[in-house]
Design a protein around this ligand. Structure first.
Ligand code: B12
Length: 246
């Protein structure tokens, strides 16, 4: 087996450094040989070599879904990557409760919602509901936190209104749908509104969703962002470490 060169990392398929990748996409071409050939040509134009259509499915109405395997000749230098990571130690529930007891004299109020047109509540529920996610209890299970979950399709105006009424310390926003970058515009609009209302500095704003990252969250004016597979304890840990003592 050849060695891994961190300066020249290739995609891995069957054997190390073979550069094999898999793509899935749909084409507005009727199911059949033309759709498969169109997919192969598109892959070659992307710089991929030896594209093979492994799966094609008739979507109806002149559309075809395709899965293509191909070889990417490109490499990435992993010694030159610049990523922004959350500056917070990973703490377990007991340590989070202990730190909160040291720093805060009351429960911290956490308000969560899935905002805009987004109706995907499973993610925010996984973070907030007592049963949690992957065996990691949700924020409702923490003695140091008082939690309210507003559910789906909450308008930014209403979220800030509820934050005022609840006297929230932290606002958690879930954005799952990213079509036409609606997650970015909606999240940025919330921060603009909070600034206009003069509440931005008084609240910790955290967003999350499978296509969000800490880097994107910072770009949009949030304090933190969490992506796919986030555990509730990571969010609780961030909150107690980053909120100033009160
Ligand atoms: C279930 C589901 C639905 C259900 C939602 C039910 C509900 N009550 O939530 C229903 C059927 C309603 C639905 C509808 C639609 N859906 Co849908 N749906 C899904 C599906 C299959 C699973 C999502 C899910 O529950 N994941 C499980 C949770 C636990 O994971 P998660 O959301 O990533 O959350 C984790 C992290 O991201 C993070 N996190 C999430 N939020 C937050 C918030 C904070 C503050 C923090 C800290 C962390 C955090 O923590 C969580 C735990 O780790 C996905 C495909 C997929 N496999 O992901 C499509 C998917 C999200 N849906 C999609 C689409 C397009 C739609 C529709 C537009 C379809 C349509 N044409 O009608 C509608 C939109 C409805 C609307 N107005 O929002 C697309 C989105 C594409 C995109 N990039 O925008 C997906 C990806 C499917 C696809 N491949 O096309 N959907």
């Amino acid at each position: 087996m050849s060695a891994i060169d961190p300066q020249q990392v290739r995609a891995y398929g069957d054997t190390l450094n073979d550069g094999q990748i898999m793509l899935s996409f749909s084409l507005p071409v009727p199911f059949g040989e033309s759709a498969k050939e169109a997919a192969r040509q598109l892959c070659r134009q992307m710089g991929l070599e030896s594209p093979q259509v492994y799966h094609a499915h008739d979507l109806g109405e002149g559309f075809t879904y395709l899965v293509v395997y191909a070889r990417s000749p490109h490499v990435v230098d992993t010694t030159q990557l610049h990523v922004t990571e959350l500056a917070a130690a990973k703490l377990g529930r007991d340590d989070i409760e202990a730190l909160a007891a040291l720093k805060f004299t009351r429960k911290l109020r956490v308000l969560g919602a899935c905002t805009g047109d987004d109706a995907h509540t499973v993610g925010i529920d996984a973070i907030l509901n007592v049963k949690g996610y992957h065996g990691d209890k949700g924020l409702e299970a923490y003695h140091c936190l008082s939690v309210r979950n507003l559910g789906a399709q909450v308008a930014n105006e209403r979220l800030l209104d509820e934050a005022r009424q609840f006297d929230a310390d932290v606002v958690l926003v879930s954005q799952i749908v990213t079509q036409k970058d609606c997650h970015r515009s909606n999240l940025a609009a919330l921060i603009d509104l909070a600034e206009a209302d003069g509440v931005r500095q008084h609240l910790l704003f955290i967003c999350g969703g499978p296509r969000l990252s800490h880097q994107v969250a910072l770009e949009l004016g949030f304090d933190a962002g969490f992506g796919a597979g986030t555990l509730p304890s990571q969010v609780a840990g961030f909150i107690v470490q980053h909120l100033p003592a009160r």
